[in-house]
Design a protein around this ligand. Sequence first.
Ligand code: T4K
Length: 410
Amino acid sequence: MRTPAIAGGQPRFPEPLHVGRPNIGDTRRLFERFEGIVQRRWFTNDGPLVREFEQKIVEITGAKHCISLCNATIALEIAIRALELRGEVIVPSYTFVATAHALQWQEITPVFADIHPNTLNLDPDCIERLITPRTTGIIGVHTWGRPCDTGAIGKIATQHDLKVMYDAAHALGCSHEGRMIGNFGECEVFSFHATKFINSFEGGAILTNNDALAEKTRLMRNFGFVDFDRVVYLGTNGKMTEVCAAMGLTSLESMDEVIRLNRDNYESYKCELEGLPGIRLIDYNQAEKPNYHYVVVEVDASRSPLDRDELVKVLHAENVLARKYFWPGCHRMEPYKSLFPNAYLLLPHTEFRAAQMMVLPTSQSVSKNNIAGVCEIIKAALAQAEQLKPILKQRGPKVKPPVVFAKAFE
Ligand code: T4K
């Protein structure tokens, strides 16, 4: 039997396997586009590739407007400002910290609502009790591309006269109740960061069916200019560059192929890990159009011989850089931890789930052999849990094992 790397053996993978390694489309097409950019000497400020990219996103989503931006965090900030959200806005804590930061950055208080333990998205039942006279909106997050309960959230918003927008950073190409994400709430925000399955190096977009909001956000991303010398809004510089649009367009050309590959990788993991005690992949709704971009594993420590943190340590030692997204939850990160030290009391499911979830490497750069290797590591670690426990108790991912222990694996 091979000695696990955590117990002093050689790592199973000589090079790190990452979560979020960028997918690359046809590089010949990409370089042709770069060539065109240089020839045209038009590098940014609403260039032809940016417009083409926006048009393609409109075609994919069926939304009326796509306003491309330099990243999703700035897109969230601009959308929040354009919707005139103020005071308090209800958000999940189980999300990437950008969702909360986009509010706090503008001195709007993110009020953290709990998630539903099954959907991992905002639990509508937890929203209502957090509404105060200062609440102006709700930001749902379609975590892992699995859509929020938009019907229930919309109903609460209407009853309390709140605005709703969605952080759809993970959800390009996904549908909900037969409609593509990009069409819900006042607007939705996509990310095209390098780690997303469709990337523009860095990038984001606001999708909306509201003409006035589209116009306003377009102006806000360019300092509020409507003309050479006329500024009508407070604005910022949130523009997507031509180089980023070139990457985005090239990436979009292989979108269907990448979704097929994501699905294939997901199915392989699911098949390999089936039946392991306490280990379960989160599901995607086959009746809709998921993008399968994230392979998310729930580790239920009451049934699994190792808990999530222990498994992550084992995997890291083997050069598999599994991630604990979204641990520990925004409410346990600064500045929120200091501002709201008791927030956890209202977030039992967030706390519980954030400690269980582990995201495994997928994408074009992860082969079937790699997946089999990752799953072998997990299976072996669970089988050898008793021997591994004493080593795992030591701190840090790369602990030196006692010599006697390493011998037990020879
Ligand atoms: N809302 C939600 C729900 C989000 O998940 C995100 C971003 C946002 C909003 C904000 O979107 P952007 O403003 O970023 O457009 C990563 C991504 O940076 C972040 O975009 C993403 N969510 C989040 C889930 O993951 P980190 O801090 O974990 O990234 P990092 O640097 O650890 O990279 C992840 C892995 O990817 C590494 O192991 C290395 C690999 N990698 C990364 C890059 C950038 C590569 O192999 N090549 C690369 O070029 O946040």
